[in-house]
Design a protein around this ligand. Structure first.
Ligand SMILES: Nc1ncnc2c1ncn2[C@@H]1O[C@H](COP(=O)(O)OP(=O)(O)OP(=O)(O)O)[C@@H](O)[C@H]1O
Length: 583
């Protein structure tokens, strides 16, 4: 990314707070103006002291005290304003990243490392805050120091002022030499940090697997290796930074030494007054501080630059699935639940073979359709196209005759209750888990849904029934209990379409069949898409779609399909019967 665009980003971040930034920067200007003035007054005070004019000394002291107090107040105010803006921007950016992640497609999270995303939303945002607080403050401080303190010095004595700043160009040269290397190192540190976060996140999620396969030692080594790389990158950065700071300090000290040396000679030859000498020494010191801070400023700035790039990369990602410009609003309550596919085809990115290949069907409102087929035949892909979790082309899939790509996503998804293969539960009460999609559901509605999902009986036996906490802060549910809770969650939404993607795989056949018969709870008969490997439950559906290699090969009832001798359905049914007999 080119530099000017980074400035544009920075400007966009601080634009809402520009009044505060302006106030902070103006205050900083007066701080520098007062600083220059105070050094002059000190010089004059020393002069009065030399002349034994103690009354005058006291007057100067009073002035200096007054000005220093105002200056301190303004310095505090400018810091509070500028650092406050940094904090505000940090808040805004975190919010913006989170909001953006929420609109991204599920596929995006499959292609990006979660640990890295978390790192960008936290550590990188922190670097931007530092940049906006510290780097902006010290940059303006330096500019103003040169605008106020340097002219004051020149006004006192041009020769000594030039001596003081004569070595400063060397500093610019050195800073420039270090800049590129430090930016590279900073990018490396952020990358390593992301890898470490990623491994922690992944290992904590897969902890059971690590233990079952006794891979603790390997994981420990993998972590040690990443952690060591992070340490090396941090050490490299620290080393480079320390070297730069010490060189800059050395140059600043050398400049003060030069002023002392040349000034002392002028003092001896009486071409310089003591008050001017004192003021100049003090002013050189005041100029040296912001100049020496340039190294810190540069580090904070570069850290910020790298982080801006990393944050903006996330924000620049455009979700593939979003509302069309002219998306039509259809309240989900007005939909009946008819589903039509016309040549529905979908190929995953970077795959040669389509996962769905010219699928055609019409499902009538209230029908229960079982979708069966071998592993990898395209059943989940079909389920994912319906609520547009996958980016399908227009003109292929319709709800009540409306092209799904032309419907508003919130309406389409509001019309479809979907239970995925992996039942995810939040760390909250069973009740809140069940009413997640409808937070205002009445207790009786929650219980009715749990009854239809054959889960109510077990919930009643939990220590606090529906208030029982699950997940990290509560009890651990079995696979089947998780699936039935997730199903109850889908049933609480009174949607016309219900999709179960192998969502009862951990539930026994008998219960699964009973659940399938109970599914149309609520005020209407739902269209149910029941994707399953449980043939006996699937056999009770109104119609069965048999899929293979992305195509719907057979459609019919259990009886008609069995009559198609030599067909895939007959084969799968016999396999299931054999498996059941062997068990
Ligand atoms: N995210 C993905 N990226 C690339 N290919 C994928 C992705 N998800 C699925 N596939 C491929 O698409 C095909 C269909 O997969 P799908 O998950 O729809 O099958 P399925 O019938 O649901 O299988 P299962 O019974 O195991 O759940 C498979 O060949 C699979 O490897």
């Amino acid at each position: 990314m080119a530099r000017p665009s980074r400035f544009r980003h920075v400007w966009n971040y601080i634009r809402p707070y520009r009044d505060k930034v302006v106030q902070g920067v103006v205050a900083l200007f007066f701080v520098n103006l007062l600083t220059a003035r105070i050094q002059i007054e000190i010089g004059a005070g020393v002069d009065a002291l030399k002349n034994n004019d103690y009354r005058q000394v006291l007057i100067y002291a009073g002035w200096i005290f007054g000005m220093a107090s105002v200056m301190m107040g303004m310095r505090l105010w400018s810091r509070m304003l500028l650092f406050g803006v940094g904090r505000q921007v940090e808040f805004d950016l975190k919010q913006k990243i989170f909001d953006h992640l929420l609109i991204m497609d599920p596929a995006y999270f499959g292609n990006n490392r979660i640990g890295d995303l978390i790192n960008r939303a936290t550590s990188d945002v922190d670097s931007v805050r530092r940049m906006l607080g510290f780097a902006v403050l010290s940059l303006f401080n330096m500019i103003f120091a040169y605008c106020t303190i340097l002219p004051t010095m020149l006004n006192i004595n041009v020769k000594l002022s030039l001596v003081a700043v004569s070595v400063y160009p060397i500093m610019l040269l050195i800073v420039n030499l270090f800049a590129g290397r430090m930016r590279g190192l900073q990018a490396q540190v952020q990358e390593q940090l992301s890898s470490v976060s990623e491994l922690i996140q992944e290992d904590m999620s897969g902890i059971a697997l690590i233990k079952i396969y006794a891979q603790e030692a390997n994981e420990r080594n993998a972590f040690r290796s990443l952690n060591r790389d992070l340490l090396a990158a941090n050490m490299d950065m620290a080393k480079t930074r320390t070297i730069l700071f010490r060189i800059l300090e050395g140059v600043v000290a050398f400049s003060s030494l030069l002023v002392l040396w040349v000034g002392a000679e002028d003092l001896a030859s009486k071409t310089l007054e003591i008050k001017d000498f004192v003021s100049l020494i003090l002013l050189t010191g005041q100029l040296a501080f912001p100049t020496a801070l340039m190294g810190f400023t540069l580090t904070a700035y570069q850290r910020g630059e790298v982080s801006i790039d990393r944050i903006e990369t996330i924000l620049a990602e455009v979700p593939q699935i979003q509302d069309a410009g002219n998306a039509i609003a259809i309240p989900p309550d007005n939909l009946q639940g008819q589903l039509t596919a016309k040549g529905l085809t979908f190929t995953y990115p970077a795959q040669d073979q389509p996962a769905l290949d010219q699928v055609n069907f019409q499902i009538e409102p209230g029908e229960t359709i079982a979708v069966i087929g071998p592993i990898g035949s395209g059943k989940s892909t079909l389920a994912n196209t319906m609520p547009r979790l996958l980016a399908i082309d227009p003109g292929q899939l319709f709800v009540d005759g409306h092209d799904v790509t032309e419907m508003r996503l919130q309406d389409l998804r509001g019309a479809i209750a979907y239970v995925p293969q992996e039942s995810f539960l939040f760390s909250t009460s069973i009740r809140d888990n069940i009413r997640y999609g409808n937070p205002f559901a009445e207790p009786f509605e929650v219980e009715q849904a749990a009854q239809a999902a054959q889960m109510d009986g077990e919930i009643q036996n939990f220590p606090k029934q529906y208030e029982t906490m699950v997940g990290e802060r509560g009890i651990t549910l079995s696979g089947g209990q998780r699936q039935r809770t997730a199903l109850a969650r889908a049933l609480v939404i009174d949607s016309p379409i219900l999709i179960l993607d192998d969502a009862l795989s951990s539930v026994d056949n008998q219960t699964a069949t009973k659940i399938l018969q109970n599914l149309s709870t609520g005020t209407r008969r739902k269209t149910v898409i029941f994707i399953s490997h449980q043939m006996s439950a699937a056999a009770t559906a109104d119609r069965i779609f048999v899929m293979d290699a992305g195509k719907v090969m057979q459609v019919g009832t259990h009886e008609t399909l069995l009559q198609e001798s030599g067909g895939l359905y007959e084969k799968l049914w016999n396999q299931q019967k054999l498996a059941a007999a062997l068990n």
